[in-house]
Design a protein around this ligand. Sequence first.
Ligand code: SF4
Ligand code: FES
Length: 301
Amino acid sequence: MSTQIPESETESNAETETETETERESEATGAARAATDRDYAAEQRERTQERLEAADTTLDLKVFRYDPEVPDKEEPRFDTFTVPFKKGMTVLDALMWARDHYDSSLTFRHSCRQAVCGSDALFVNGQQRLGCQTQIADLGEGGVPGTVRVEPLPHQEVVKDLVVDMEHFYDQMEAVEPYFQDEDTPSGLEEQRQSRENREKIKMSTRCIWCGACMSSCNIAAGDNQYLGPAAINKAYRFAMDEREGEELKEHRMNVIEQEHGVWRCQTQFSCTEVCPKDIPLTEHIQELKREAVKSNLKFW
Ligand code: SF4
Ligand code: FES
């Protein structure tokens, strides 16, 4: 009796064999890749160790870690990275060294590295500071500190590691209409002149880089989610005091500033002024707006 395998069955056997071969090939490729990764990681560890041994001074960077999307990392914790110290090293430099040599998943924001973009405000050794502006050597008493502790900005929701959600901060800034408006838009390219004195008055308030350090340091903002906060009030000051906007707009701006969760919430604690990396006299500006608000509401019969 002749046994004939149906054509469709032969085809399906051939397909299964091809699939098994493909699987074997991909397993082999995966194993080879894993071995290369392991070699690379071992080499990297060796190089890191050599650099640490060659360094005159090292410091321990104690960094807050949290990743809600990775099962093993969803519990907040601190990781310590030993980093070689170099003269002129900033906290941001140290973080980048740790990320590049130990753990590429270490997450933090940065961009300009020169205190301009405002993206790397952090809580370093218990104070709000810009990572790129903070010299490691300035953190120790009389030299390089043994340990530097880096945490995300307090009073903000942590997205991952040192990255916080800035949405609420931006909403508060948006609420004060942080852009120049004028009553009589000049035609064409006509200049809108400002007196030297007026420019001088608003000069410091224009320096804000939207880093959020002041908001994070403010106890009132921590307790009242609707409080405009020092940065937004400073921004409102910058435009309310600009003579080019005119009286009508100033009145509109004062109404925003004077609202229930505006300037009157400030309790003059100066914490915002202390941490502002651009040295803006925030508390002073808030007090001046309070005086303006009182003056504009005074009525003489
Ligand atoms: S006022 Fe100062 S601390 Fe606040 S956001 Fe602006 S630059 Fe940062
Ligand atoms: S990286 Fe831009 S302010 Fe620090």
